[in-house]
Structure formats: structure tokens, C-alpha cells
Design a protein. Sequence first.
Length: 200
Amino acid sequence: MLVERRGWDIHALSAEPYRALAGERPIGVGENAVMALDAEPVIVVTPPASPAARAVLHAYFADLAGRYYRRPATEEEITAAMRDEPSDDLTPPGGLLLVASEGNSVLGCAGLRLLRGQIGEVTRVFVMPAARRRGLGSRLLDHLEAHARHHDITILRLDTRRDLAEARRLYARHGYTEVCPFSQGPYSDHWFEKVLSPPR
């Protein structure tokens, strides 16, 4: 399949907005996801099946498929990618999905899988284009690492593709170091690891 499961912070294509369950309010995504300059995004654990999570994951997979095909992905291709690489395991007790939002706009996401041996897998790290260059990718990683510590995770791992240079820079800034391969996959080109410090 054209996508792999680990964490990326990458550009997104616009996606159709979903509506929130509460009051059927529209959730902005893609170019409609605008973060006010003085606003502090809300980052919360969110079920992958919720409208907000579906919206941001749709944009995430739209970009992955578009990069793979080097053209805008079709809805069928996006649907196939989401089906072949499901996110429904990002729920307790085996994992979690963080979604960042401001008002009715979904801004980004980050996922964590809780593995054996106090190891966590970072995945689905993503920021909408309009919300970039404001540190949201770093905030999502900070929140994800706090949740990992709460679950007694001592090592975080991820792998990513060679064309995602911006993701590698983000992880390096957050103390992730490139390590020898610990997994196999057609889209795994770089492997990163971070040893978490104990909670303060």
C-alpha cells in the first residue's frame, strides 16, 4: 500500500469539512483551518471515529496519497488509504489520538500506540497548512510525550519517508535521534528514537 503508519508532519490538501456532533457545527479543515494569532489551540484526546478526527485524518491521507502519486489524490484513493491503514487502534487502552482545534477549525493531530516493553510508537503527526509556522507541531509532540509518560512509556519510536525532510527536522528539534532500522516496510526510510525523561 502507498502509505506507512508512522508519524509525519507534512503538507495537506484541502478536505471536505465534516460537521460536529454537538449542534451540527461545521468543522473547518484544509485552507479553512485558520488559527488566530492570539489564540491558543485546544489539544485533546479524541476518538478516531469522531467528526473532528475523521476530518483531519482525511486531510492527512489526502496528502500522503497525493505525494505518492505526485498529483492530487482522488477520493477513492484517499478512502483506500484510510481503509488499508486504519486509525481505529488509536484508542485506549492500546493508544490515543490527539486533535488540535481552535474554535470550529481542526488544526492538526498526533497519534500514539502503546507497545510492549514501555515503548510507544508516534504516528499521524500532522498540521494543517494554514496553522503552520506557529509551533503547533511542537505542541502536539509535547502533549503526546506527556501522555506517553503518563502511561509509563520510556522510549518513543517512529519511522518516516525520505521525502519528508520537514518531519525529520521537527523530530530532531525535539530530541529524536536517528537509529538503526527497527522495522520493515516499503515506505520506511528513516528511523528515530527518543528516550523520555521521567515526569517532573
